[in-house]
Design a protein around this ligand. Structure first.
Ligand code: IDP
Ligand code: MG
Length: 140
């Protein structure tokens, strides 16, 4: 398996509770490197575009409201099999279903305020990274 990059967000529930370091320690301990990072406040347009695949879902409006409710940390993680490894470290979307030791099991507040985003495929990782980072902002 080759070295990959994936897109990660530390969501507003994580920044509000000062958990960015604790969460990133999980990624780094398991072999992912943070090769780009910035703290931003997403605009409504940015959040709607980012989650456009979910536009028809009943939770879409709430999700956009949540993602714009406070600062987030957007970042690029790099490593062997990074897309799947990141998802494994994050745990299931609903923290009630997440495995022990995962970020969402340990830190998530709810199915919506679940602390982290991670790309679900290498194709989407490339699209999502390009929504927030210029090529020269990623330093491997
Ligand atoms: P994922 O983040 O594990 O990939 P997705 O199904 O892509 O999960 O959903 C995107 C985000 O939308 C979730 O991380 C969560 O914040 C929110 N979400 C997903 N399902 C629900 C739901 O049933 N109710 C409220 N929010 C949800
Ligand atoms: Mg998803």
């Amino acid at each position: 398996m080759a070295i990959q990059r994936t897109f990660s967000i530390l969501k507003p529930d994580a920044t509000r509770r000062n958990l960015t370091g604790a969460i990133n320690a999980k990624f780094e301990t398991k072999g992912l490197r943070i090769v780009a990072q910035k703290r931003v406040r997403m605009s409504q347009a940015q959040a709607e575009a980012f989650y456009s695949v979910h536009a028809a879902r009943p939770f879409f409006k709430d999700l956009v409201g949540f993602m714009t409710s406070g600062p987030v940390v957007v970042q690029v993680l790099e490593g062997e099999n990074a897309v799947a490894l990141n998802r494994e470290i994050m745990g299931a979307t609903n923290p009630a279903n997440a495995d022990a030791g995962t970020i969402r099991k340990e830190f998530a507040e709810s199915i919506e305020a679940n602390s982290v985003h991670g790309s679900d495929s290498p194709e989407n990782a490339a699209i999502e990274i390009a929504q927030f980072f210029a090529g020269n902002e990623i330093v491997g």
